[in-house]
Design a binder for this molecule. Structure first.
Ligand SMILES: [Zn+2]
Length: 266
């Protein structure tokens, strides 16, 4: 995944998705935008203490960079769960969904940009080029333990008659194990969900582990039937890469949000 640019927006683009040429998508960096420190500068998250006007301006910059409009950029109120919003009807204005509490969006509507806001958590994009369906998922440790990546794949299969082998997946930049130490309750949540924690954690002292959320989600997607050749992941650490990304942990909670976004072309 390389950093590329569209309009003013610098973003990481998953090559597999781009090669299909039926959608635009990526993972934004903090570059450009109008927000001031500590939200400088492309803060796309409404649930921050940044000026709502700045956030709206930034979201408009993102939408316009890909030929869309602010009112066609759909995000939701993320609550670290695993519920998904389904958008399968044309609608002139999607802004009312912003208050809906869920952690993923799935759509077959061309021209609608869907996104998840993150600052440490993992943004995941799915694309079924056969059924022409896209999804954006927010996977922090709770959402990952609750299986939101698997649920995203299952939703495409059950709602749109998709086949897992057709689906592409891209895992965006998040907080990497170098900067992500967790304790017993976190690890226990994964065990309770039947996940083999040894495959994505390393012990870091008594009652402490380093958690690799990218690997946890990669394994979850493979188990859901995604082909290894259809999956790409960024291993950039948002906490280490201060110049590129916001990080909630690194910045003590007072920071902006980058976005994983995808829009089916008309
Ligand atoms: Zn790091």
């Amino acid at each position: 995944m390389e950093i590329t640019k569209s309009g003013k927006v610098h973003y990481l683009e998953p090559e597999l998705f781009a090669s299909k040429d039926i959608s635009v998508q990526g993972f934004t960096t903090r570059h450009e935008g109008v927000s001031r420190p500590p939200y400088n500068s492309l803060n796309l998250g409404p649930s921050t203490l940044d000026s709502p006007h700045n956030v709206e301006g930034n979201r408009s910059i993102l939408a316009r960079a890909f030929g869309s409009r602010l009112e066609k950029l759909v995000t939701v109120t993320q609550v670290h769960g695993s519920d998904l919003l389904l958008l399968d009807e044309p609608n002139p204005d999607f802004s009312h969904f912003q208050k809906l509490e869920c952690d993923g969006i799935i759509t077959n509507q061309p021209g609608v940009m869907i996104g998840v806001c993150v600052a440490d958590c993992v943004p995941i994009l799915l694309l079924d080029p056969v059924r022409r369906v896209a999804a954006a998922l927010h996977a922090g440790w709770k959402g990952t333990a609750a299986g939101i990546a698997r649920k995203g794949v299952e939703a495409i299969v059950t709602l749109f008659d998709g086949r897992p082998r057709d689906i592409l997946a891209a895992i965006g930049p998040s907080i990497a194990p170098c900067c992500y130490e967790v304790d017993e309750p976190v690890v226990e949540a994964f065990r309770a969900g039947g996940q083999i924690i040894e495959s994505f954690t390393t012990p870091a002292g008594p009652g402490k582990w380093r958690l690799d959320l990218v690997e946890a989600n990669r394994r979850q997607l493979l188990r859901a039937g995604i082909g290894e050749e259809n999956l790409e992941a960024s291993h950039l650490c948002v906490s280490c890469e201060k110049d590129l990304f916001f990080s909630y942990r690194r910045d003590g909670g007072d920071t902006g949000r980058q976005m994983g976004f995808i829009m089916l072309k008309r």
